[in-house]
Every structure is written in structure tokens, then in C-alpha cells.
Design a protein around this ligand. Structure first.
Ligand code: SF4
Length: 553
């Protein structure tokens, strides 16, 4: 029975159909870490091959068995609001024709990289270009967004359907103005829980809602319901927001940190993922895991320990081989609470296991940090930041975490001395187990003009090219060493062997080319870098903060 109190046949369609681009909908054989392949451009991924790789498990009707976490939350919110499972479906993007019909009023598409302008797509562009490998067409993730938004079932029913797009990549559609051309009616930005259902109800009542909807008010913890459909990667959100205030961060993450309770929330989602989703590995998702339960910048170790022990006991009820992980941290909190990191490591990396953890390093320049993300270093100072990063990576390695560290290039106000300071930091990190990913910041002005030559300009500049090459060499060396971890959770043994082999071949190929290229192009001397970087320690002359949007006009 639907919320509207009527029974209907499902070939009439569901009133609300939720889906996402194919690459995002897929759990790539159970190892979402392999999902970075979604940024590979079309000339390597023919449609048929891509569809074989990016599989989506669903029932005959088209309802998925596992969904991207954000989409599972949207569904949960709608159900909590009063809609029923006869009103709402999370559908496989391959089976939209089975769920869209005369009764459908809303198709909600969740996107991670609609136009291929994310950091992930940018780095893949550099990886291929610097290895002299051809790059043609769109990143597959963006192509797969087009496949969904231009799906024949949507076109056939467009006269009574509103296409609503949400998710982390909506800014791409807004900043380029592409949403209108793609037939999108509403671009939804911000948290869904405390406004989304109201908007959907207005659309269902026939209101002609169009344009950009921004909900900047974060929901309270009580307003966030638990997921009903298991989430890809066995993901369970334990905190939302971070509060460190980086200028380039999305508003959803930039709000003050709030933590979900274990009983009745986190435990329920773990059980859903294990019992319905079939996961043996649970990821406690947070922008800053070691600050779970914190009220301000300082961590609250007792709360984190309590959470880890409770979650660990719960998963072990299902078997000894069930595992617990987390995904993000900052450097500062690790250095603030090394004992806590050790405690958590004993549970998450038990029995000598290693796992990945992501850490946004972003820059080695105190000057740039002070301008754009001073909160990242707190309670330490921007001038201490490079030391904090090195210490944090060491502490995480000691507790068997391989760090995935990102460094952003081309941030507004970036000067050569900032790049030199990042090169110095990179050099200090060489002895640790870390993948250092250089990410391109694409200014909004360039986005509006679709001027992506900005990526080429960065690799033509000798200093920036040296940073990108050295960071990629370090990443590929560590990727070769960590290949078992990369394919670790893959459920299909044959696929695992194939992907492992292809990955090793690809990592070694690009690695040898980068080394040859760095040899040909030459490196700046350590003395030159040191002198240049010294100016990045002078934070007295830098403005306290650059508003990032204005800096990019
Ligand atoms: S530390 Fe990360 S999550 Fe927090 S505001 Fe900065 S970029 Fe956003």
C-alpha cells in the first residue's frame, strides 16, 4: 500500500525513483576502493566492458541490494517521513525502464562526479598524461551520469516527471550551468533530511518546482534516520560535519561535528549491512573518526573507545573474520591523541592486518594553510603543521594504517614558495607508508568557461610538475606494495585475480615512465627548494583568509 493509500502495479512505475550514475551505483565486486577506476576515460572503457565491471546487484524488479550511502539515507528519510516502499524505490540504473512508468513523478539522481570535474578525475588525467598514455572522452563516471540522465525511460515520461539531482557533485552542474541543458529540473544542495521530503511532497502535489535548492541548515542528530537498504562498502556514518572551516570544503561537511549514538542508530546500520547486505567488513565513516563524541576541536578518547569496543563486539557476534574499519582522519588529532590511535588500531588492524586511512594534507606551506585552512592544524599552529603531518603519518604507520594523503595544487593565492614547501614535506614523507595524491584545484572561473587547460598548465610548470611527478611516484610505489589491500575485499575470486594483475601491470608501467620522465626533466636542487620554501614560513604578511569563491572569479 502506498502513502497515497492505493495499490498499484509496479509496471505503472513508482512515484519516487531514486538512482545514481552507474559507476557510483556499483560496488565493483565488493571492493569500493577499486572504484577509483570510475575516473578512467572512455577510450579505455568501452560501454560493454564498463557495464561488466561496474555491476549493480538488484532484484528482478530493479530494486538494488546495496546503494551508495547518501542515496540510502535519502530513501530512509523519505520512509521515515511517511512514504512507503511502494512509493519509493532505489533502482539499478540498468533497470530504470522497470521502475519508471505513468505514476512516476520524481526521478532523484545521486551524483559523485556528474561532469568529471572532481579531484579524482583530475588526478587520473595527470596520471595518464604524465605517463604519455592517451586521454580521450569523458571519465567513465561522467559518461555513466549521462547514460542515466538521458535514459529513454526518463525521456518517455518526461511530461510528468521532475528530475532532481543531488549529491557531492551538484556544484559541477550549477557552476557550469549544464543542468538545464541536461533536462534537470531541480539541483538539490545540502542535507536532505530536514528539507528534502517537504520538497518531494510539493512536487508530488503538482507544484512546478524548478531551479537550484540550497539547504544550508544541518539536521539535528535526531532528524537523521537509519538506512534501510545496505550501503556500498558496508558504510555506517558515525559523525557528520567537522567544523575545521577549510575554505574549499562543502557546507555539509563544514558544519560543527555531531556524533550519532551507538544504541539505536550505529548498531542498527551495522546490523543492516551485515544481515541484509552480506558485508563482512564495516566502515565507520567520519570526516574525522578520532573526534567521535567531541564537542569542540579536542578529541574525547573515552567516547571513541566506547564506540570501537561496542562496534567490535557486535560484528564479532557474526564470526571471527568480520572486520571494522574507518576512513578519514586529520593529522592534528592523531598527534593530539596517539594513545587513542593505538587503542583503535588494536581493534581495527588486529592480528597484524593493515588498512587504509585517508588524510587531507593539502599543503606543506604554513602561509597557505593560514590563509585557507588554519583550522586543519588546530590546536597546533600553521607553522607547526608540516611537523604535525610527518608525526601523524608515523603514528598511523606504527599502528598499521597505510595513509592515503592528498595534496592540493593551484589553490587560490598559491605561490611558488608554497609549492616548494609542499615538495619539502613530500621529501620528508618518502620513508613512510603513504600514497601521496596530488589533486588539482579547478577555479570556478575556469569551470564556468569549461577551461580545463588549467590541468595542462600545472604540469607544464617545472616546479609543479616536479611535485606532481614525485607525489605520483611515491603513490605508485606504495600502491604496488599495497595491492593486496586494494583488492582485499573483493568477493569474486576470479575478478580479484584479474583486477590484481591488471592493477600491478598498470602501477608498474606508469611508475617506470614517471621515473624516466623525472630523470629526463631533472629536479630542482634541494638547496634551491629550501631557499624558495623559506618564504612560505612567513605568515605575517598573508591575509587571514581568502573567501574562496571571490578569489576565483
Ligand atoms: S578538515 Fe576536511 S572535512 Fe574538515 S573542513 Fe577541512 S576539508 Fe572539510
Amino acid at each position: 500500500m502506498s502513502m497515497f493509500g492505493v495499490m498499484f502495479r509496479h509496471n505503472d512505475g513508482y512515484p519516487i525513483v531514486l538512482t545514481s550514475e552507474i559507476a557510483t551505483a556499483s560496488d565493483t565486486f565488493g571492493a569500493s576502493v577499486v572504484g577509483f577506476a570510475s575516473a578512467i576515460p572512455e577510450n579505455y572503457f568501452r560501454r560493454r566492458i564498463a557495464h561488466m565491471f561496474f555491476r549493480v546487484s538488484s532484484d528482478r524488479e530493479g530494486r538494488v541490494k546495496r546503494a551508495p550511502y547518501g542515496l540510502a539515507k535519502v530513501e530512509a528519510t523519505l520512509l521515515h517521513y511517511g512514504f512507503s516502499r511502494s512509493d519509493v524505490v532505489i533502482a539499478s540504473p540498468y533497470k530504470l525502464d522497470r521502475v519508471i512508468g505513468p505514476r512516476t513523478r520524481i526521478v532523484g539522481i545521486y551524483t559523485m562526479d556528474a561532469l568529471g570535474l572532481s579531484y579524482g578525475s583530475g588526478i587520473l588525467y595527470w596520471i595518464l598524461k604524465l605517463a604519455d598514455l592517451p586521454y580521450r572522452g569523458l571519465p567513465y563516471i561522467a559518461r555513466s551520469f549521462m547514460e542515466v540522465v538521458e535514459h529513454p525511460a526518463i525521456k518517455a515520461h518526461k511530461d510528468h516527471i521532475k528530475v532532481v539531482v543531488g549529491g557531492p557533485a551538484t556544484w559541477q552542474l550549477v557552476d557550469t550551468g549544464a543542468w538545464q541543458k541536461l533536462g534537470v529540473d531541480v539541483v538539490y544542495e545540502g542535507s536532505f533530511e530536514n528539507y528534502g521530503p517537504v520538497l518531494f511532497e510539493r512536487i508530488l502535489k503538482g507544484e512546478d518546482v524548478r531551479g537550484r535548492v540550497v539547504n544550508s541548515k544541518p539536521p539535528s542528530v535526531e532528524e537523521v534516520p537509519t538506512i534501510v537498504t545496505p550501503s556500498i562498502g558496508g558504510m555506517v556514518e558515525v559523525t557528520r560535519g567537522c567544523g575545521r572551516g577549510c575554505a574549499f570544503c562543502t557546507p555539509t561537511l563544514n558544519g560543527m561535528i555531531s556524533s550519532f549514538p551507538f544504541e539505536g542508530h550505529i548498531d542498527k546500520e551495522i546490523i543492516t549491512n551485515i544481515e541484509k547486505g552480506g558485508f563482512k567488513s564495516i566502515t565507520l565513516h567520519s570526516e574525522e573518526f578520532f573526534r567521535y563524541g567531541a564537542k569542540g576541536i579536542d578529541p574525547n578518547p573515552d567516547k571513541v573507545k566506547e564506540l570501537v569496543v561496542k562496534a567490535y563486539k557486535l560484528i564479532k557476534r557474526y564470526g571471527e573474520d568480520y572486520r571494522l574499519h574507518t576512513d578519514f582522519t586529520t593529522a592534528a588529532v592523531v598527534v593530539q591523541a596517539p594513545e587513542l590511535v593505538k587503542f583503535v588500531g588494536e581493534y581495527m588492524n588486529e592480528g597484524g592486518d593493515w588498512s587504509f586511512i585517508e588524510m587531507g594534507i593539502e599543503t606543506g606551506s604554513p602561509r597557505l594553510l593560514n590563509m585557507l585552512m588554519a583550522g586543519k592544524a588546530k590546536p597546533f599552529t600553521p607553522r607547526q603543521y608540516p611537523d604535525i603531518v610527518e608525526q601523524a603519518v608515523g603514528i598511523l604507520n606504527d599502528n598499521r594504517w597505510v595513509v592515503v594523503g592528498t595534496m592540493i595544487l593551484n589553490l587560490p593565492g598559491e605561490r611558488d614558495e608554497d609549492v616548494a614547501a609542499s615538495l619539502e614535506l613530500l621529501d620528508r614523507l618518502r620513508k613512510y607508508r603513504i600514497l601521496t595524491f596530488p589533486l588539482p584545484f579547478i577555479p570556478m572561473g575556469a569551470l564556468r568557461k569549461r577551461d580545463f587547460t588549467v590541468l595542462d598548465k600545472m604540469i607544464e610548470d617545472p616546479l609543479r610538475r616536479e611535485l606532481i611527478l614525485k607525489a605520483l611516484i611515491k603513490s605508485m610505489e606504495e600502491a604496488v606494495r599495497s595491492v593486496e589491500l586494494i583488492v582485499g575485499n573483493m568477493e569474486n575470486i576470479v575478478a580479484k585475480l584479474i583486477i590484481r594483475r591488471i592493477s600491478l601491470f598498470a602501477f608498474n608501467l606508469v611508475l617506470s615512465r614517471y621515473k624516466a620522465k623525472l630523470g629526463q626533466l631533472g629536479e630542482h636542487s634541494a638547496e634551491f627548494i629550501r631557499k624558495l620554501a623559506s618564504a612560505a614560513w612567513d605568515i605575517s604578511k598573508s591575509p587571514v583568509r581568502i573567501p574562496i569563491d571571490e578569489a576565483n572569479q
